[in-house]
Design a protein around this ligand. Structure first.
Ligand SMILES: C[S@@+](CC[C@H](N)C(=O)[O-])C[C@H]1O[C@@H](n2cnc3c(N)ncnc32)[C@H](O)[C@@H]1O
Length: 236
């Protein structure tokens, strides 16, 4: 490949709800949270901003979006402007969050944490959450260890430094200082895809991105019994 990644595909195709279960699962999970118009909520790695928009529309919360990819930032900005949503969008990294400590009641990380330096990002999440604040994450998790060769194939495709079992997430979250750790397996496999797909295509994109899309399909099918995700909720 010419150096393009899975994230280039997501950005240029403008995939909204780019996490397992899509916006429908997000809405489902959030019904269990006590989000109000007084809540300060960070969508960490907000992509095109579909969840951030929902958080404002549904709860009138004070919503902030943080995203590293400039194409994603542009598309999220378009969404918020077009729909006149007062959401503050910041370009930056969840490994170095540009907010003060104790800023947020909720942080959402929908398929972002798995792709970064996890201890570093978790330390940042802990720092910017208020005491009693909650982190809600939807993250790639493997159901069992694979051979080195197989794990390398998956790690190379997603450009991640590690693949975590449920117990690895538990250990990391605990190590970052979080309490009330709840990690739930989901009935649907990654290969089921997103049932409410949304796209915002860039005008021009490299045809190679279709190869990446195809490779993603192959990986998800090949490892359908192993490559999975978990809904993680924890409290500071
Ligand atoms: C799988 S997508 C999920 C996007 C969004 N949360 C959603 O569910 O639609 C992962 C997103 O994380 C962003 N991302 C990756 N590394 C990041 C970092 N260090 N800081 C902030 N965002 C990051 C990517 O650019 C991408 O938009």
């Amino acid at each position: 490949m010419g150096g393009l990644t899975y994230f280039d595909f997501l950005a240029k195709f403008g995939v909204g709800g780019a996490h397992p279960g899509g916006i429908l699962l997000t809405q489902n999970i959030l019904t269990g949270e006590n989000i109000t118009e007084n809540s300060f909520v960070l969508d960490a790695g907000c992509g095109t901003g579909q969840t951030a928009a929902f958080l404002y529309q549904q709860y009138k919360a004070n919503v902030f979006g943080l995203e590293i990819n400039p194409i994603m930032v542009e598309k999220a900005k378009d969404r918020f402007q077009t729909q006149k949503l007062p959401i503050q969008l910041i370009q930056g990294s969840i490994e170095e969050i540009p907010f003060e400590e104790n800023s947020f009641d909720f942080i959402l990380s929908e398929s972002v944490l798995a792709f970064v330096n996890k201890p570093k990002a978790l330390k940042e999440f802990y720092r910017v959450l208020k005491k009693g604040g909650r982190l809600i994450a939807n993250e790639m998790t493997i159901n069992k260890r694979l051979s080195q060769k197989e794990e390398t194939e998956i790690m190379n495709f997603y450009a991640v430094d590690s693949l975590l079992l449920e117990e690895d997430w538990n250990r990391l979250l605990h190590g970052a200082g979080f309490h009330n750790i709840d990690i739930k397996a989901q009935p649907q496999a990654l290969s089921h895809g997103n049932h409410a797909p949304e796209f915002n295509f860039s005008k021009n994109f490299d045809p190679e991105l279709f190869i990446i899309l195809n490779e993603h399909g192959n990986i998800v099918l090949k490892y359908q019994d192993v490559l999975s995700y978990r809904i993680i909720t924890v409290k500071k």
